[in-house]
Design a protein around this ligand. Sequence first.
Ligand SMILES: CC(C)(COP(=O)(O)OP(=O)(O)OC[C@H]1O[C@@H](n2cnc3c(N)ncnc32)[C@H](O)[C@@H]1OP(=O)(O)O)[C@@H](O)C(=O)NCCC(=O)NCCS
Length: 376
Amino acid sequence: MTTSSAVPAPATSAWRLMTPPHPDSLDDADAWAYRGIAETHAAAEAADTGNADGAPTPIGILVGMNNQKYLRKLRQVAVVDTPAGPQVVGSGFMFLHVRSNPELAFGVVAVRPEHRRQGIGSALAQWIQDTARAEGRTTLLAPVDFGPRPEDGTGETLTPASGTGEVAADLPGVRLARKLGLTLQLVERRSRIDLPVLPEAISRFEAEARAVAGDAYRVHTWTAPTPEEWIEQYAALEQALADDEPRGGLEVESDVWDAERIRGEDATIAAKGDRYVVTAAEHVATGELVAMTMLQWSDDKPEHTNQQSTVVLKAHRGHRLGMLVKAVNLREHALLRPAARRIYTWNNEENPHMLAINIALGFVPAGGSADFQGPL
Ligand SMILES: CC(C)(COP(=O)(O)OP(=O)(O)OC[C@H]1O[C@@H](n2cnc3c(N)ncnc32)[C@H](O)[C@@H]1OP(=O)(O)O)[C@@H](O)C(=O)NCCC(=O)NCCS
């Protein structure tokens, strides 16, 4: 089939749901659907958050669908038929943890702005609910992304029961989530730092952190793949993060992390063409890795980088290790990616220590994600 998802379709066309074809590569004719899904998420995100930096890439979708070992992923698209073939106008995505959270399903719906209010979002949400129930899941978790708060700060907002963070109640995704009977359980803050960060500022943060951490710790920095020497300990740090991260009112158990999973993640990152830099801190006396932070990016998105995990083991908190690994990693990132314009990071509003480090480094609020959960 020779189709292009870029063909414009009249907004009033009839639409239908279908399972998107899974191509072997993006060069296949069948890749129209994954390209269309990426474009749909980018258009929806630009409309609702003011910026499409967080949208998935076609290669990210393809590689993600090829990797079903820890998270089983399912997709549905709403298409409008055009003379050139189907055009994706809506995307339904869900994933199910394979090794944890047997009751939970995650679901995300996005509809192109010019095709909204025709029932497409509801139909895709219905597909997610029906599929999750058929899989034996009893709880649905749906994140709704939002942009920076309007300057005037007016309008009704929602706050999770646990009390921190807020989201505008009139956002389309919030309206849909509430209509589905889901309730707001956690607000995650997205923050942005514009690059370059002055090298003198990074050096100052690093020096201040080193003054507290002293000689008891030394840092190591690496790019992909994770050195075999550290892989077990690195997996243990990911597990500690999964176990410790505050989750507000969300009922989610931590997922399972081991060396095999880290190797799998490295393979996935390489297959997507993504790259990363990690800085970790070793406790010299024991040889144990006790802190780490990762920055990851796609060369397809030259302007921005995403902060991934940052964790300091409980027994080693209070020594400025979070600031130390972040400052060193920012410096290394600047060497690897001098043209990047900004870095994004995500924090639970209920994680004040991590937020404080990011604010000190110069991150500013840039919207976030409101996590809704409820019974199926
Ligand atoms: C949320 C979204 C998927 C809705 O898509 P849609 O095709 O317009 O959805 P529907 O036409 O089926 O409307 C669904 C319900 O959402 C609510 N809603 C959505 N947009 C609304 C708006 N602008 N004003 C009022 N209500 C709205 C309504 O309750 C509506 O039901 P109703 O028409 O019976 O009142 C779409 O706006 C979108 O892509 N937003 C960005 C991504 C997102 O937030 N996804 C949801 C989180 S998983």
